[in-house]
Ligand binder design. Structure first.
Ligand SMILES: *Cc1c(COP(=O)(O)O)cnc(C)c1O
Length: 393
């Protein structure tokens, strides 16, 4: 799979049409990522974890393809509701739910919930009586970029007690869920977690609780990310095979976030200032760490930077526009000489970027532009056809 990447010409024409900084999202690329997962992991239905990127057009495209959604708050449910997504297509997968979230769940008919502590049971029993609940278990994975199992997940040996207690409170014990950690590069982590879950399903059956659903969470890596050396098709197929073997009759779900749109969005930003510090050039961009580059802090991520100028490359420092010393984005990046007004392109900007951008220092949020609504999209299709026509002659 090829990542979505604007050409130099496209960057320049778009930057004439819209003031920088802005993001360009490719819905076709999101769709390709979705279909790739459906093809290689057909046993798992998709709850897209919208916290990674809640751009309405992305949500609508995914809803149209049949995706369901993982939500964590009233605000996320409201966004989906406005797009016409029914609560029955959502899982409230935040183990700790607040009052507004539970009220919204009741209002929008969200039926499916996860939890990892007994204190959640009376909250759910009161607000959403009879709801379907899945207990989230803690699993191990030392090959994930972001470990979620220090904060989330009940100890495995407490999981069935939690489901029994939920059942006694009038909730419907539906299944088990886990999350191996984000940007997981290990198939083994999923396989081990599946084995643990199988054991719990069997023990539940012996206790008279028939579990029907298993949710294997998110964590799938951004495909072809910078320096990533993982065969995603093989990873998904191995997991699918293990699901077939261990859970032939169970409804299985996954909650991909970063995987779905990480590669589908580009940032176009411009140089607004330059300086020379000890022979080393500095470039100040109009987007920084308090904006879409927030993922450098929150998501431990680096984004591929592309400069278009010609000439000898020098180790250069790139900073954002804010008045904070922490707002440095790249150090010793080999860049050609750039001038004020030059555009630079940043790819793989789709997950955990714009959604955690702030208006620190009063800078405006970078808007997201949809590539498929731009003339450049039509031009690409025409160019493709011309190439095919020529090949046919
Ligand atoms: C964040 C989150 C996800 C998505 O994680 P990714 O690593 O982006 O795939 C899925 N499920 C839950 C419960 C989450 O909190």
């Amino acid at each position: 799979m090829k990542n979505f990447r604007l050409t130099e010409k496209e960057v320049k024409t778009l930057a004439k049409r819209y003031p920088t900084p802005f993001l360009v999202a490719s819905l076709d690329k999101v769709e390709e990522n979705y279909q790739f997962m459906r093809r290689h992991l057909p046993r798992a239905g998709v709850f897209y974890a919208m916290k990674a990127n809640p751009t309405p057009e992305i949500l609508s495209r995914l809803a149209g393809l049949g995706a369901h959604f993982d939500v964590a708050s009233a605000g996320e449910m409201e966004i989906l509701h406005e797009l016409g997504v029914d609560g029955s297509q959502m899982i409230y997968a935040n183990p700790v739910k607040d009052r507004r979230g539970l009220e919204a769940a009741q209002k929008f008919n969200v039926r499916r919930f996860t939890f990892d502590d007994p204190t959640e049971i009376p909250k759910m029993a009161e607000a959403v009586p009879g709801a379907d609940v899945l207990v989230r278990i803690a699993v191990r994975n030392n090959k994930a970029l972001v470990d979620l199992n220090t904060k989330f997940g009940a100890p495995v040996e407490e999981a069935l007690d939690l489901l029994l207690t939920a059942q006694k409170a009038g909730l419907h014990a539906m299944g088990i869920c886990f999350h191996v950690g984000s940007q997981s590069l290990s198939t083994a982590a999923y396989e081990e977690a599946l084995l643990v879950a199988r054991k719990l399903f069997d023990e539940a059956e012996e206790m008279g609780m028939h579990l029907t659903d298993l949710d294997i969470g998110g964590g799938f890596p951004v495909p072809d990310a910078h320096g990533l050396n993982v065969d995603l098709a093989a990873m998904m197929e191995a997991i699918n095979k293990q699901i077939d073997r261990l859970f032939p009759d169970t409804a299985v779900w996954t909650e991909p976030g970063r995987y779905m749109c990480g590669t589908a969005v580009n940032l176009v930003t411009s140089v607004i200032g330059t300086k020379n510090r000890g022979e080393k050039p500095w470039y100040i961009l109009d987007e920084g760490i308090y904006g879409c580059f927030s993922g450098i802090m929150y998501d431990h991520w680096t984004y591929p930077l592309h400069c278009f100028g010609k000439g000898a490359k020098k180790p250069s420092t790139f900073g954002g526009p804010s008045c904070d010393g922490i707002d440095v984005l790249y150090r010793d990046f080999m860049a050609p000489e750039l001038k004020i007004g030059d555009n630079v392109l940043v790819t793989e900007m789709g997950a955990y970027t714009s959604v955690s951008a702030t208006r620190f220092n009063g800078f405006y949020l970078a808007p997201t532009i949809i590539f498929e609504q731009q003339p450049e999209y039509e031009a690409r299709i025409t160019d493709d056809n011309e190439i095919k026509d020529k090949a046919a002659v």
